[in-house]
Every structure is written in C-alpha cells, then in structure tokens.
Design a protein around this ligand. Sequence first.
Ligand SMILES: Cc1ncc(COP(=O)(O)OP(=O)(O)O)c(N)n1
Ligand SMILES: Cc1ncsc1CCOP(=O)(O)O
Length: 518
Amino acid sequence: MPLDLSLYLVTDSTAAILKERDLGTVVEEALKGGVTVVQYRDKTSDTGVQVETARKLHSITQKYGVPLLINDRVDVAVAIGAEGVHLGQDDMNIKDAKKLLPPNAIIGISTSSIEEAKKAVADGADYLGVGTMFATPTKTNTKSMIGTAGTQAILNAISDSPSVGTVSIGGINHTNVQRVMYQSHSPKKGLDGVAIVSAIMAADDPKAAAEEFAKLIKTPAPFALTLNAPRANEAEALLEEVPRIVRKMVEVHPLVHNMINFVVANFVANVALSIGASPIMSPYGDEATDLCQFDGALLINMGTLTSESISNYLKAIKAYNQRGNPVIYDPVGAGATHIRRNTVRDLMRGGYFDLIKGNEGEIRQAWGSSAVQQRGVDSGPSTLDNQQKATLARDLARRERNIVLLTGATDYLSDGERVIAVENGHPLLGQVTGTGCAIGTISGCFLTSHRSDRLLAVLSGILMYEIAAENAASKEYVRGPGSFVPTFLDELYAIRTAAAKGDDSWFVGRAKVREVKV
Ligand SMILES: Cc1ncc(COP(=O)(O)OP(=O)(O)O)c(N)n1
Ligand SMILES: Cc1ncsc1CCOP(=O)(O)O
C-alpha cells in the first residue's frame, strides 16, 4: 500500500472530541473526505478493546486503500495485521519494533529536535511526526512547541534523506494549514503532509472538514512568495523599475488598513494621503473581514500595545491571510518588555507576514535572539556590523519565507535571496516621531499595487519616501523637525503628482542603493 502522508488523521476517542459518536463512523466519513493515512491513537482503553477497535478500523481503512497505523502499541499492530505503527520517543525503539513487525511495515516516530530526527533517520524510520507545531488542547503534555521555524530546521537537517517522509502535528487547522506547509520548508525538503486530530475528529462534518484540508493542501498558499532569481546587476536592474512601480502605486490608489499606535496615527494617515493612498485606521479586529475585501494591505504596528490588541491583531491577520492580501508587521519595541517579546512570538505563530519591518533590536527579537533588551522603542546601541545586519535580514526572510526590512542609517532589505542596502534618507527623519512607522504603511501601499516582486515593491516605497525626505531637508526654510514635517508631506505629494503625470525626473540619479553579498 503506497504511503501518501498528505492528510494524516490521528484518532481520538475522548468525549471532548468524539462526543457521542461512533469512532468507525467518524473515521469512515473522514476517509470519504480524502484522508490518506489513519493512526489509531487510544491512550486509555485496555488491550482487548484496542485490538477489537483497531480491527474494526482496519476493515474500514482497507476499503479505502488507506494504511492504518497504531499509536505506541506494536503488539496491537501485529495482532490485527495493521500496516504499521507510530512510536513516541518513550515507546519501543525502532530497531526492536522492526524485529516484531513484518518487513514492509510502516514505522513512524515523533521528533521535536534535530538530534531526534537524525537518529530516527539513521534507525530507519519511514516517516517523522514533527512537532509540536502549535499549542493544542488535544495534547497538553507535549515536549516543546517548535513552530514553523523549528520544523524548518529539522527538515533542513535531514534534507539529504529524501525518502523519509515528514508530517507536522499540533494545532493545525483550516486557517493555518497552508502557512504551515509553506513556511515549514527548507530549500531541499518540505513537509509531505499534516497530521490532524481535532480539526477533523471533532468537526460536525468530518467528511467536509477532510475535503477542505485536502483542497487547501493541494493549493499553494495565497501569499506564497515567488523568488525571482538574482540578476547579474541586481541593484541596477531593480532601480530601472522603481519609477514605473511608483507610477503604478499612484494609479492604484491603494487602501491601507492601519492597526497602528496612537502616537503616530495622524502623521501616518497624512503620509498615506500625500502619496495618493487611502488610509483607514482601525484597531478593531472584527472590521478586518469587511476591510480585507478591498484588496488593500494590513499593517500591524504594536507601538501602543494593550491587553486587547493581540486578539484584534490575530483576527485581522487571519482575514487578510485568507484573502491573500499583504500583511506588514512592525514589532515596535519588540524587546522592551517580556509582554512584547511574547507578543512577537505569538503573532509570528498566529499568521503570515509578507513583510517584517523593524530596527535592529526589533528584527533581532523577531529572529528570536536571546537577551535583546530594548530601552523603549529605540533600537539601542548597535551590536551588529553592516554585514551582520545584512545577514540577519537575509536569514529571517529566508526562515519566514517573506520580506524583511531592517531599518537604520542604512536600510537592509531582503527576500531571503537578495539583500539590498539603501542609504537614502536624512537625519531629520530620526527627529520626528512616526517617520519609521510610516514606512510600514508606505510598504503596504506598494505591496498592494505591485505583487509580483515584493522586494521591488518595498524598495520603491522606501526610495519614494527617503528621497522626499532629502528634498524636504534641502529647503532653506526647513530649520528643524517642526518645519521639516509639513515640507516632507509636500515633497511626498510633489513626487506623487509628478509620477501621476508620468514624470520620473524626481528619481534620476538619486537612489543610493547597492546589493550586499552575504
Ligand atoms: C503523526 C504523529 N506525530 C506525533 C505524534 C505524537 O506521538 P507521541 O509523542 O508518542 O505522543 P502520543 O501520541 O503517544 O501522545 C503522533 N501521535 N502522531
Ligand atoms: C498527538 C499529538 N502530538 C503532538 S500534538 C498532538 C495532538 C494534535 O492534535 P490537534 O490536531 O487537535 O491539535
């Protein structure tokens, strides 16, 4: 029987999940919906009951040509002639299980670290249950939550073993399954599927739930990033396209939904209006289901975080992710408090960000560096040299499979392959609150208007913004931050007006951009 791990059902007979229903009926419905493997997992029944139940389930799975695996109990698998077993780290080891099982039996094992995964491969496992992906009420005694980043690291470590299958398990549902498959991906090895308990077993209609999973697994995530192969002179090639992308953004007049801190909301809304976009400031997560229909971008800026913000953010991220519209994350002050540190972790687990934008301290926190202590929202003294900043931006973008912008005197922008350094801008930008936050909004406008190359979209936004700042600062009547702000808005507006007329002269010879090799 071939092993197709794409939609792997793990059974659960507890009242909370199975309710009053018959296990065999629920499993059969799930099989009708497209489940490709069934694992019988029963932590409480006596051996006799387990053998009887397993035999009944086997007669059902055989009708659908789907393998039945038994959780933990090699003896039960042997007794009923099941296709294989799923073992935990504390169960019988693979070598001993092989002695008891027929030669073609399937053996899977749970792994939550690189060491466990490498050992499982060396011991001859057919597939690995990799997890726990996300916290789940179905199993609370899990060893560690590894998320997509931990899963990617495991896949990377065993990428020279293409024949060993992998499924992710823990907290996977219809909302996150595409992101789990997309982000849990190393260059040479991706997941073969997902293992699901409650999202199918507890569903009112297990057949429909399985069908929906099968459909989602086959379809690329709506936010999947197409990586454009770097060209010989990448920076120059990108720059040639910038004026066209700015013109396009002005034409599109994009909507940008800002969940932004109250300190900068007014300024940021004015920046968006000046460039020809349409801003809406809405911290209310339930509004996102309506707002995302307009195909604009969502900005999450956690500058003035409250106890209610997080659930609002997660609702909005879910709506925009499902629709495939850009989501930008600005983890303001990410390393300032333990609440913010946890929020970064929870939001990054909770949804997909097309762009993560922040200063050095914030990007290091998003990466998960320990001992990042920001003083307030400032980055604090830099601990990284330029090459390290470029590498950090590249690594985070590669891990998250998105775009990362690390801001500073030099901005580093990466899609995981290319790294572009931008040296435009003016020191007065650092003297006005909200000028950093506005880059998140600007990026949203450009990501909405130009979807085929997200790095180019964000680069175009940064250049429009920073060249306008240089133009403003060069006026002799600009004496400091106070006179800079209105002039800056005027200069953004001037570029927008020029672009609308097809005039690209604002850009000629102005970009200070280079490609960084890391
Ligand atoms: C496919 C898959 N992966 C992981 C597990 C978890 O197994 P284990 O760690 O042994 O925990 P229990 O399931 O025994 O509670 C699994 N069952 N299936
Ligand atoms: C068996 C198991 N092992 C790790 S998490 C888990 C339970 C997954 O359940 P659910 O799919 O309901 O989150």
